[in-house]
Design a protein around this ligand. Structure first.
Ligand SMILES: NC(=O)c1ccc[n+]([C@@H]2O[C@H](COP(=O)([O-])OP(=O)(O)OC[C@H]3O[C@@H](n4cnc5c(N)ncnc54)[C@H](OP(=O)(O)O)[C@@H]3O)[C@@H](O)[C@H]2O)c1
Length: 198
């Protein structure tokens, strides 16, 4: 699949490498593109876009790319520094994904690729058992693409329900960040689903 990745930082580059390895054709959409990138503008043959910019830049970046009816996979987390350090800037009764969708009502948005570190997404095969990746969204086609791409790059892909479940996924991301930054786990860990032995 031709995937336009909006943002070429930690997440954009990690997902580009993993998707390329899985046989897809990702391209980074950047404000200052190099020769192998594309400008921050609509990508003619995109099957989906991945939104991988800081949450506060999401509206500006989406306005430039104008995805129209093409699914957008939202990897952002609404993070901000607070009195206790880095935390979610909204949550419980709202989510970044829902806020973006309110600003762009026709956006076919699925929350995915936000709940683990970019280093995990770069090469999920380094982890055993397979790490889990959740997707939440109201558009069935967009969510199907999200789940397929997550599985293709080595995750157990799990449908986490409607877009409003992004509230849970963004909090889940914050748990990963908190464990990583404050509880001594570093970045080389991932969550996995384990099931009872029958
Ligand atoms: N890092 C992680 O492990 C991780 C994991 C899961 C989710 N996330 C989330 O994923 C998102 C990206 O994180 P990251 O670590 O990849 O960030 P990053 O390394 O800081 O990269 C951000 C990218 O966004 C671009 N950008 C910034 N403002 C923009 C704008 N107004 N229009 C277009 N592009 C813009 C930057 O381009 P320029 O070079 O032009 O500034 C850069 O390529 C964040 O929302 C983060 O919360 C991060």
């Amino acid at each position: 699949m031709r995937i336009g990745i909006i943002g070429g930082g930690n997440v954009g580059q990690a997902l580009a490498a993993a998707l390329r390895r899985a046989g897809h054709a990702p391209i980074l959409l950047l404000r200052s593109p190099g020769t192998e990138d594309a400008p921050l503008a609509p990508l003619a043959d995109a099957a989906a876009y991945i939104l991988a910019v800081p949450f506060d830049a999401a509206a500006e970046a989406l306005a430039a790319v104008a995805p129209g009816g093409i699914p957008v996979l939202d990897a952002t987390n609404p993070l901000a520094m607070g009195p206790d350090g880095l935390g979610l800037s909204l949550g419980f009764d709202d989510s970044g994904a829902e806020r973006i969708t309110r600003a762009f009502p026709r956006l076919r948005l699925t929350k995915v690729f936000n709940t683990t570190g970019a280093n995990v997404m770069a090469d999920a095969a380094r982890f055993a058992p397979r790490p889990v990746m959740f997707a939440a969204g109201d558009d069935a086609d967009a969510k199907a693409i999200a789940l397929r791409l997550a599985a293709d790059i080595g995750f157990e892909a799990v449908d986490a329900g409607p877009l409003r479940a992004a509230r849970l996924l963004e909090a889940h991301a914050m748990l990963w960040i908190d464990l990583s930054m404050r509880r001594g786990l570093g970045r080389d860990f991932a969550f996995a689903l384990r099931r009872a032995v029958p």
